[in-house]
Design a protein around this ligand. Sequence first.
Ligand code: PMP
Length: 406
Amino acid sequence: MAYDIQKIRADFPILHQNVYGKPLVYFDNGATSQKPQSVIDAISKVYKEINSNIHRGVHYLSTRTTDKYENARKIVKEFINAGHFHEVIFTSGTTASINSVMYSFGEKFVNKGDEIIISAMEHHSNIVPWQILCERKGAKLQIIPFNENGELLLNEYEKLLSEKTKLVAINHVSNTLGTINPVKEIIKIAHRNDVPVLVDGAQAVHHTKVDVQDLDADFYAFSGHKAYGPTGIGVLYGKEKWLEAMPPFLSGGDMIKTVTFEKTVYNDLPFKFEAGTANFVGAIGLAEALKYITSVGTENISLHEAGLLEYGTKKLEEIADLKIYGNARNKASAISFLLKNIHHSDVGIILDKLGVAVRTGNHCTQPIMDKFDISGTVRASFAMYNTKEEIDVLFDGLKKIIEMFS
Ligand code: PMP
């Protein structure tokens, strides 16, 4: 089926506006993506028709909201091909998912002298939690380096693995460099050493097909808001055997079976990890977003975005004074770059006046900036609704900025 970009664009109301009198070009999708009407409608429908707290109510509205919430879990399960629906835990986002594993898995399985492996291209959300764990437990963080193109050095990774390694935590797609990491291979290597792997999929699920069973990931984390869904909702997938063995992280309502002052019996999975009133509206909205992605087709989206990446890279490379950071062979649709002698913030501010929204700064990946000895980059990240014509607007804007500064 042909990729109907106009139909897709029509589904996203926010795209059809002018900023500073110029048509909006939204290239900040790596930070958060826009929402289709169906997601906005699904959220509004909950509040208009069925809003009621889940799980504990016997009345009509509560059972309907509960059904919708649990159906959302099934939709997530199918989307990532989890083995069981109770392996899907709703959290507030990727950061919360990673922190849950850090506290819970870390509490049980990480001790003094142990090691955790991450990479040098992680988002701060997949660095700082492990630093805190290491500090708390007297464990050590080991870092997989990457080359000038932004590709992980797998031979160095293999050397880091030892009987001290308790977990590998790695991003699927780098938000700054766009690198699609070979997570399946990374997991295979870790498993050869009996080490579980957490994958930070914040930048992956909406760009590429994710099958957690095929990857054999032990944990997989992602956020709703980057995947065309609402904010404040995310997912932690975990293999049953780990989740069963791990203690609850947050405690309170819903995660219990019985409570007496003498003893509390925890609830079964997945509820053991969903203390308090869950963001059921967010989960229902996220399910709608995943349905939308599925209706367009993940492969179609990947193809469309690969076309944008190729076109955008070629176009930007035409600019002599522009340097791209991140040239991995396997790359998702984000381009980080700098214009010679022009600060990234200046580029972002002027592009904004031309209607083009990009992100500037270190993108929560300071160690990547340190590696390239820069303070930040300009990042244009493309989504399923972006077009080559919009890339032309970015290109013309950059030419204008160079002229202004020359
Ligand atoms: N990991 C990566 C690779 C990201 O890009 C982001 C968001 N920029 C996060 C983690 C954190 O996601 P959230 O803020 O939704 O928790």
